[in-house]
Design a protein. Structure first.
Length: 137
């Protein structure tokens, strides 16, 4: 499921992305990821800590299980690309096993296309690039 956090314009300005979309199994997991992911600007205690304007309210609010959607969306729109840098998507971590890593390296070692396009890189470097893409790193 995907949980969308919309930033409240606390104090008359936005800070960082206006929307953060987190892939998680529940609202509570999404809240945890949103607060602890290194790229996420989200916190839920802005007024009580003095970071946010008391009259405008907290910049970010927690999500609930029923807020989850099957795909990333903002205000019911699934074409989030139009929001550009105003949206941050945090996907669940994908693990790549050592067996899968070896299979990737095997495919690369036996592919003329790879060597034609990426001849200056080793199979190990290409494997790591693919693993990083697969694990959203």
């Amino acid at each position: 499921m995907f949980y969308t956090f919309s930033q409240n314009n606390s104090g008359g300005s936005f800070s960082g992305p206006k929307y953060v979309i987190v892939e998680a199994d529940s609202g509570s997991e999404a809240n945890h990821i949103a607060q602890n992911h290194p790229d996420s600007p989200i916190y839920f205690d802005g007024c009580s800590t003095g970071q946010d304007c008391g009259c405008c309210g907290d910049r970010w609010y927690e999500t609930w299980d029923e807020d989850g959607k099957e795909s990333p969306e903002i205000y019911g729109e699934d074409d989030i690309s139009r929001y550009g840098s105003d949206v941050l998507v945090i996907r669940k971590e994908t693990k790549v096993s050592e067996t899968q890593r070896e299979k990737i390296a095997h495919v690369l070692a036996n592919s003329d296309i790879v060597w034609t396009k990426y001849g200056s890189e080793t199979i190990e470097q290409l494997t790591e690039k693919i693993v990083k893409v697969l694990t959203n790193q």
